[in-house]
Design a protein around this ligand. Structure first.
Ligand code: AMP
Length: 215
C-alpha cells in the first residue's frame, strides 16, 4: 500500500535548532539546510514526509485544521491556543523555560484592578481569574518588558529563561504560572487516519527524548 503524505509543522526560531536532532533520531532529515533557505516547505529523506517551518503561534492552528498532521510547539503557545483538535502525546523536554508574572523591581502591590501587558492574553486571563484577581489585559506582540517602564501596565506575563532580559530592564519575576517545554502535537483527524505512519515516529522521538534525558 502506498504511504500517505505526512506533513510536520515546525516552529521557526529558537525551538528549531533543538528540534532537528530529535527529528533526525526518528530518521527524518530535511533535504536541505533549513536555516539557509527562505523556503517554507521542505522535502525530507522520505518521499512522503514534508516539513513546513512557520511561526510558533501558527503551529497549533495548522495542526488543528489538518493543514499539517503533526507539529512541534512550545507549551506556552499551546496553552494560549487552548489545544482544541490536538493531541499532545510527547513532551520533548527542549526549549525549557517558565511562564511568569513580572514587574518593576520592588514595585508595590497594586490596589484595585491591575493592568497586565502580555502576548499570552488567554493564559493571563485564566491565571488571574483563578487567583480571584480583577485585571485588565493589554495585548502586545513583543518587548513586554517595556510596558511597566513606560507606565503602560503594572505587570507583564512573559517567558523567562535566565531572567537576564527582566534584570537588564529593571524588572523581576514575581509569580510562577507554568513550566514550559516544547511538545509534539498530532491532529485528532491525523491520529485516526494516519496512525500507522505516526506511531513509529512518536516511538522513535520518545526514545530519543529518553536518551537525551539520561545523557
Ligand atoms: P531570558 O533573558 O533568558 O530570561 O530570556 C527571556 C526572553 O527570551 C523571553 O522574553 C522570551 O522571548 C525568550 N525565550 C526564552 N526562552 C524561550 C523559549 N524556550 N521559547 C521561546 N522564547 C523564549
Amino acid at each position: 500500500m502506498k504511504k500517505q503524505q505526512l506533513t510536520i509543522a515546525l516552529s521557526k526560531g529558537r525551538i528549531l535548532e533543538e528540534t532537528l536532532p530529535l527529528l533526525e533520531a526518528a530518521n527524518i532529515v530535511p533535504a536541505e539546510n533549513i536555516f539557509k533557505s527562505r523556503k517554507l516547505i521542505f522535502d525530507t529523506n522520505h518521499e512522503n514526509i514534508k516539513l513546513v517551518v512557520i511561526r510558533a503561534t501558527d503551529v497549533p492552528t495548522y495542526v488543528e485544521y489538518g493543514g499539517a498532521d503533526m507539529g512541534i510547539a512550545g507549551k506556552d503557545v499551546l496553552m494560549e491556543h487552548g489545544g482544541e483538535g490536538l493531541y499532545e502525546p510527547l513532551d520533548l523536554n527542549i526549549s525549557r523555560c517558565k511562564l511568569m508574572v513580572a514587574g518593576l523591581k520592588d514595585a508595590p502591590a497594586v490596589e484595585g484592578r491591575m493592568r497586565i501587558a502580555t502576548k499570552f492574553v488567554n493564559v493571563a486571563r485564566q491565571y488571574f481569574a483563578q487567583q480571584g484577581k480583577q485585571v485588565d489585559i493589554v495585548k502586545l506582540y513583543g518587548a513586554m518588558e517595556l510596558a511597566p517602564i513606560m507606565g503602560l501596565a503594572d505587570r507583564i506575563v512573559d517567558i523567562v529563561d535566565t531572567g537576564n532580559t527582566l534584570r537588564a530592564n529593571g524588572l523581576e519575576p514575581m509569580d510562577f504560572i507554568a513550566d514550559i517545554s516544547s511538545r509534539l502535537v498530532v491532529g485528532q483527524a491525523a491520529m485516526k487516519m494516519k496512525h500507522r505512519q505516526i506511531q513509529p515516529i512518536l516511538d522513535m522521538m520518545s526514545a530519543a527524548v529518553d536518551k537525551q534525558r539520561e545523557a
